[in-house]
Design a protein around this ligand. Structure first.
Ligand SMILES: Nc1nc2c(ncn2[C@@H]2O[C@H](COP(=O)(O)OP(=O)(O)OP(=O)(O)O)[C@@H](O)[C@H]2O)c(=O)[nH]1
Ligand SMILES: [Mg+2]
Length: 263
């Protein structure tokens, strides 16, 4: 019987790496990484740790020492989720991967849904982004307080209206992209915090590529603490307002598509 070659998919996905940014996730990383590597044997893992004071980086090193499919990128300072992903994308590109997946290290994103998301990336016309979505039919959220539900629903509604996009879960952190798409848009992305996710979706939309949402059951983290803060929410709100304004009144200058249109 043919055995799966790590990172080399036998299911037509190409080489896939799951990028997992971490900051103080010592209580969940081993479980989440282990579960991912076991349940989806075709994918590799890259942990991007920002010198977590709780030793998450050392834990990631020990995971990588026991699994040839697990890799670690250490950064010396906490620089935010967006730049952690950009560093991960650059690493994935240099290592020759075809697809990058974004996944939290806190167990909120079900590995069980990843095959369906990777399958969705293979359809024609090929999507520029597949989102593991809480807010499409079949999607759900388990154990969230009403305040988080309200924040997520209103942020999505505001972003949808301001940006003129139909995406239901534009703030979602569980995603799959073709590497060539992140390469095309990364230089246009300026957000550091979670608005990075909204901005990335917007840039894919501006390229004219489909965005597909696959329903997931999202679970509130069971261990560790949230890195969500007022300044992160503020950055997202200001960003959405600015991009919405630019889309309505400022053309598409400065974006990949705008530059392509001008050349
Ligand atoms: N490398 C790095 N990772 C980060 C940083 N901020 C957050 N993360 C990681 O990014 C992922 C998402 O952060 P979370 O705190 O889970 O954010 P959230 O999902 O919006 O909030 P909760 O799930 O409610 O805690 C987690 O794996 C974090 O450890 C950062 O500055 N650098
Ligand atoms: Mg989380």
């Amino acid at each position: 019987m043919a055995r799966a070659v790590p990172g080399k998919s036998s299911r037509g996905w190409g080489r896939v790496v799951v990028i997992m940014p971490t900051f103080n996730e010592i209580d969940s990383l081993a479980r989440v990484a282990g579960h991912l590597l076991e349940s989806v044997p075709e994918v590799d893992l890259l942990v991007v740790d920002d010198s977590s004071p709780d030793g998450t980086g050392d834990l990631a090193d020990s995971i990588s020492a026991t699994s040839p499919r697990a890799h670690v990128l250490h950064r010396t300072e906490r620089e935010g989720l967006g730049t952690a992903y950009l560093a991960g994308f650059a690493w994935a590109r240099a290592a020759g991967y075809d697809v990058v997946v974004e996944m939290d290290a806190d167990g909120s994103h079900p590995a069980e849904t990843l095959p369906a998301m990777l399958d969705a990336l293979q359809v024609t016309p090929r999507p520029g982004l597949v989102i593991g979505s809480r807010w499409v039919r079949g999607g759900s959220v388990v154990n969230w307080p009403w305040s988080r539900l309200l924040l997520s629903r209103s942020a999505n509604l505001y972003a949808r209206l301001a940006l003129g996009m139909a995406t239901r879960d534009i703030t979602a952190g569980y995603r799959a992209y073709p590497v060539d798409v992140v390469t095309a848009i990364s230089t246009d992305v300026s957000s550091h915090g979670y608005s990075f996710q909204i901005e990335m979706a917007l840039r894919v939309f501006e390229l004219g590529l489909p965005i597909v949402e696959v329903p997931i059951e999202f679970r509130e983290r069971e261990a560790g603490s949230s890195k969500m803060s007022a300044s992160i929410v503020r950055e997202a709100m200001l960003g959405v307002t600015r991009w919405g304004w630019q889309r309505r009144f400022g053309g598409q200058r400065g974006t990949a598509r705008g530059r392509a249109a001008q050349s």
